[in-house]
Design a protein around this ligand. Sequence first.
Ligand code: TXA
Ligand code: MG
Length: 320
Amino acid sequence: MPHSPPMYTHYTDDPVEAAKFISSDKLVVFPTETVYGLGGNALSVAAVESIYEAKRRPSSNPLIVHVGAIADLSRVVKEITPSAHAFMEAFFPGPITLVLPRHPSLPKVVSGGLDTIAIRMPSLPVSLRFLRAVGFPVAAPSANLSGRPSATTWRSAAEDLDGRVSCILRGPNAIVGLESTVVDCTGRSPILLRSGAVSLDALSSVVSDISTDAPNISRSPGLRYHHYAPSARVCIISTPDEAAPGDHAGYIGLAPPDSDAQFKKCVVARDVEEYSHNLFEFFRECDRSGVTMIYCQSLAETGLAYALMDRIKRAAKAAK
Ligand code: TXA
Ligand code: MG
């Protein structure tokens, strides 16, 4: 891939100003309630190709198309299936992504050549103001370099992407902190492809025959790639006394470590929401401060903790 020289990155708090960059086929980092996104015009092949390049992402890993209004979907999906309709009623706008048949006129490159397309309408007010000011669909993966933890603050997005995008829309720290739930709605029964803040229980209360076992990994191409990994090693423990404290160790969990156990970085979260909200920024903070071993306390995998443990397990598995 040709190496492009660094570009000037403009910073703004104004979603309307940021939207103008998208209209001229430039890339914009923008906030959402899950993680920050790296957006470009979904209808422009050139803009979409530059997203893959900016993120150093393989072009076979499909992007999510973000909309600010349901009407924008008419240029993105061929049909809204009954299960997708039910999930949209229940959870749009919100931290959920639905995979549907792709509209034939939408560039194939957006979904890595697949006949399907992932769609999402974020709920954060500034995301909606931005997307509505753009007025057309915006393709956006998470705003991190491929293989790094997703960015949950604009500063972390800037750490990876300053000089690689035209604009960074500064917003609040992501509330959820984990990427959206992804559900394949193309078949007779929906399939959960990636867990997130919309839990399996919440999904099955809307469509009861949802399954979790993706029969074919090609349905969820993102799962083939290493994700969410800090440079430090990640070790999963049940209680903080299983960790070896020290100058190069970090700990995150719900249970507080012994008062004399010294960690270079330590987060004791109040509940699973706060743990999830902090996880990716904690990974990045550990990397910034020279931590080489991160201990994460495991939780019983129900509700949001199912998604949290999914991200922690992937980080623990990633080759170092
Ligand atoms: O919360 C989120 O979803 C964030 C914000 C910015 O919206 N975006 C995000 O995008 O996490 P990304 O590209 O990092 O992850 C998208 C996931 C990948 O695992 C990808 O493989 C899957 O969604 N995906 C996208 N399109 C798909 C498709 N057509 N079929 C199956 N999986 C798809
Ligand atoms: Mg990602």
